[in-house]
Design a protein around this ligand. Structure first.
Ligand code: ZN
Length: 307
């Protein structure tokens, strides 16, 4: 479904898209629908998000408030190819206590199930849940507590997928990541999780890459739609500001590897005109990359157009 009725031109640079003049909304010719689903709107400490980069620098590229917190969303992606309805990531869920959500400065503006409903989907419609990794703000929405306090799967009809490297890593967490791997998120998945050993094809249109700078075996899915290549960047490149190669979150377990992985990827993304989809960017949903004399930057902010 596409609600915009604005004047459209054919964009000669990227001929798989139809560009709406007013909003830079892109839509595609294939019947596959890509639907961004916002599960959470929250805030994070700016130092956590940008690591060793001084605030005087990163604040030119990302909004910040007087408490040094930055607006963040958990932007999942629903891929409806007509047969399967694949949800990438699930946000942080709502089963934790008040203290947990106060640390996340969670607003009540969005939640996963309501956002799915607004897009016309019930939890039982989801056939697959693909986790980029199992940190709490990516997996928490897959499990809820029922009225009796039991942990239940939010998507009972779905197959749940993660990389085997990430699953093993999450079950024996190191002291640094331990607070992000919550037993109540992982335990209900134990008997049903399907492990992906190698990068490669997930469906005819979705290819999975693995990156381990942020955490071991993070999955970065690439979706092919007609001539357009859309990359779900997860915590690999969480916001458009993180296109700057040295902008690495302080939570990344292997920052040097994260920079290396990003540089190799950005070269390809710039050359081939990939559309990067940002999971955590509260301002920019997606965009292409350009190489300037100062390095890689966001070229054109875009909105994925199949709501
Ligand atoms: Zn993460």
């Amino acid at each position: 479904m596409n609600h915009d009725s604005g004047f459209r031109i054919h964009d000669s640079n990227h001929h798989s898209q139809i560009t709406d003049h007013r909003s830079s909304r892109i839509s595609y010719l294939s019947c596959m629908k890509l639907i961004p689903i916002i599960a959470d709107s929250w805030r994070m400490d700016g130092g956590v998000a940008f690591g060793v980069i001084p605030k005087s620098l990163w604040q030119r590229y990302y909004p910040v408030d007087e408490n040094n917190t930055i607006p963040i969303v958990s932007r999942c992606l629903l891929i409806d190819d007509g047969e399967r309805r694949i949800l990438i990531d699930t946000g942080m869920g709502r089963k934790q206590d008040k203290r947990y959500y106060s640390f996340k400065y969670l607003s009540e503006e969005f939640d996963l199930v309501s956002s799915l409903a607004s897009a016309g989907y019930e939890p039982s419609d989801i056939t697959d849940v693909l986790f980029t990794h199992l940190h709490d703000d990516h997996v928490g929405g897959a499990v809820y507590r029922d009225a009796d306090g039991r942990l239940m799967l939010q998507f009972p009809c779905a197959r749940h997928w993660v990389s085997s490297a990430q699953w093993k890593w999450a079950l024996n967490p190191n002291k640094r990541e331990g607070a992000s791997y919550l037993p109540e998120n992982l335990q209900p998945l134990k008997d049903i999780i399907i492990l992906i050993d190698e990068p490669g094809d997930f469906t005819d249109e979705i290819r999975l890459a693995f990156h381990s700078g942020h955490t071991m075996g993070q999955i970065v899915p690439t979706i092919q739609k007609n001539d357009a290549t859309i990359v779900y960047c997860g915590d690999f490149i969480p916001s458009a500001a993180h296109i700057h190669v040295p902008f690495i979150a302080s939570v990344d377990i292997q920052p040097l590897l994260a920079m290396e992985e990003k540089e190799v990827f950005l070269e390809m993304a710039q050359e081939l005109g990939y559309v990067l989809f940002f999971e955590h960017d509260a301002v920019n949903e997606a965009g292409r990359v350009e190489l300037t004399e100062k390095g890689y930057r966001l070229a054109d902010p875009l909105v994925i157009g199949d709501r």
